[in-house]
Write a protein that binds this ligand. Structure first.
Ligand code: ADP
Ligand code: ZN
Length: 432
């Protein structure tokens, strides 16, 4: 099923024309309403009339998280305060949070794009859907919530916390769909286990997972343990919240709701736009936003964009899995390491739980990487020889994938802290 075939299956030419019209309107709007953009454009000797089609987007200035922080709280807001009906803040951990105001129309667009996502996963009005992203300033909870209501399924606003009660609701209300972070999905699976229940006691069939990077192996693990099919859901508060892109039944990348969010991939060093198929930093322009529109917002998320009609019938450009944020990339002894690479290796071995932590340090001017990983209950044993052999096997595998050696620590089942929201898997003790 497709929620809005007119938009989701538009011909590329029509999409190009629509995006061009919308970009022209947007540039006029921010030029006249946001001094930050007017100043930037004037510095570049650029006027709104110079933007004639979406291809002219490369002429426009970028926006960074720092720009949002420098203009805290409402400096980049384009709509007058009387038009703002809701405010969210990004979950950022350092410095000022970024504040995003939404107009009524922005909220309508948000629940439209979320309904597209849910429909692409196979959710219908007959589903009962649990939203287990945090409700509050974080966009995950309320964003998904209104999408489910817009679609017409029954929403159960469980949020996070009180996981046993949540599992009982999943069972008793025969909840069929769920949205949460992949790490919370695992935590649910563990709690199910602890309560002496199995996936056969519940009827979850579809999961919308996102808000943090996750791997294909993690998908398999969650699907198997909860007995559902897991789909990727991507978004960020600066652009809207969840609903910026979503997988379809083909699971060959995530379709971007391109009539609202225009994607580009750039080289993060030279800031040049890169062709589709090349990995780089994802950049979005909000084509229809009123509250806090952004031009060429640099997400720091690294991925590729793919063109071409998908077997599902949607024509929208797809983005590949997020490799990680450029922020998450660790440089250890000069070598780039992404936590997701470690996750993939760990999940290929059935002795380990998908629970791990990377601890980076610098000892005598040399970077060190420790990988803590939890053993599954059935593999946790007092047989020292066996444990040493297992440790060596994992260390060898990590070395061949990462090209650096890691000090592997096998941890007792349950000893690594679980996360209900976005997980933290790296501790970097180097003072860089
Ligand atoms: P913050 O930047 O404070 O974490 P958000 O809560 O808006 O702000 O989180 C958005 C970020 O979360 C994205 O830029 C991306 O890094 C990550 N993210 C969201 N969805 C996904 C997903 N499906 N896969 C990987 N990363 C994701
Ligand atoms: Zn598709």
């Amino acid at each position: 099923m497709i929620w809005n075939p007119n938009k989701e299956c538009m011909s590329r030419d029509e999409m190009h024309a629509l995006q061009s019209r919308r970009l022209q309107k947007l540039v006029n709007y921010v030029y006249h309403n946001v001094p930050f953009y007017r100043n930037k454009m004037q510095e570049m000797d650029l006027s709104p009339e110079d933007i004639k089609s979406i291809d002219d987007i490369v002429k426009l200035p970028f926006t960074t998280k720092q720009d949002l922080r420098d203009n805290y709280p409402y400096g980049l807001q384009a709509a007058p305060p009387s038009e703002i009906v809701r405010v969210h803040a990004s979950s950022g951990t350092t410095g000022n949070p970024t504040i995003v105001g939404y107009t009524r129309k922005d909220l309508a667009v948000w629940s439209e794009v979320m309904a597209r996502c849910l429909t692409a996963y196979g959710i219908t009005r007959n589903d009962t859907f649990s939203v287990s992203y945090g409700y509050g300033l974080f966009t995950g909870g309320l964003g998904a919530h209104y999408g489910v209501e817009n679609l017409g399924a029954t929403v159960i606003p469980t949020s996070t916390g009180n996981t046993e009660k949540h599992i009982r609701l999943i069972r008793d209300l025969k909840i069929t769909g769920i949205a949460c972070t992949p790490s919370y999905a695992l935590y649910l699976a563990e709690t199910l286990d602890k309560m002496g229940l199995t996936k056969d006691d519940i009827s979850l069939r579809i999961g919308a997972f996102g808000a943090e990077p996750w791997t294909e192996n993690m998908r398999k693990e969650i699907e198997e343990r909860l007995g559902l099919k897991g789909y990727n859901l991507y978004g960020l508060s600066e652009i809207m919240g969840p609903g910026v892109s979503h997988e379809c039944e083909c699971q060959n990348g995530s379709h971007i709701c391109e009539d609202h969010f225009y994607p580009e991939i750039i080289n993060p060093e030279t800031l040049e736009q890169l062709p589709y198929g090349t990995q780089g930093e994802l950049v979005f322009t909000t084509l229809t936003k009123e509250g806090m529109p952004v031009l060429r917002y640099r997400t720091k998320d690294l991925c590729t964009l793919m063109e071409g009609t998908c077997a599902c019938g949607r024509t929208a450009v797809r983005m590949g899995r997020i490799m990680g944020r450029s922020d998450d990339m660790l440089i250890i002894r000069g070598i780039n390491v992404f936590p997701s690479q470690v996750e993939s290796v760990i999940l290929e071995c059935n002795e380990f739980e998908p629970q791990y932590m990377l601890i980076v340090d610098r000892v005598n001017n040399l970077d060190t990487l420790q990988v803590q990983v939890e053993l599954r209950k059935d593999f946790f044993s007092a047989d020292v020889g066996g444990m040493l052999a297992l440790k060596k096997r994992l260390a060898d595998k990590l070395k061949s994938v990462l090209s650096i050696s890691a000090d592997v620590r096998l941890m007792e089942p349950g000893s690594i802290e679980r996360s209900q929201g976005k997980s933290k898997r790296v501790i970097d003790n180097r003072k860089l």
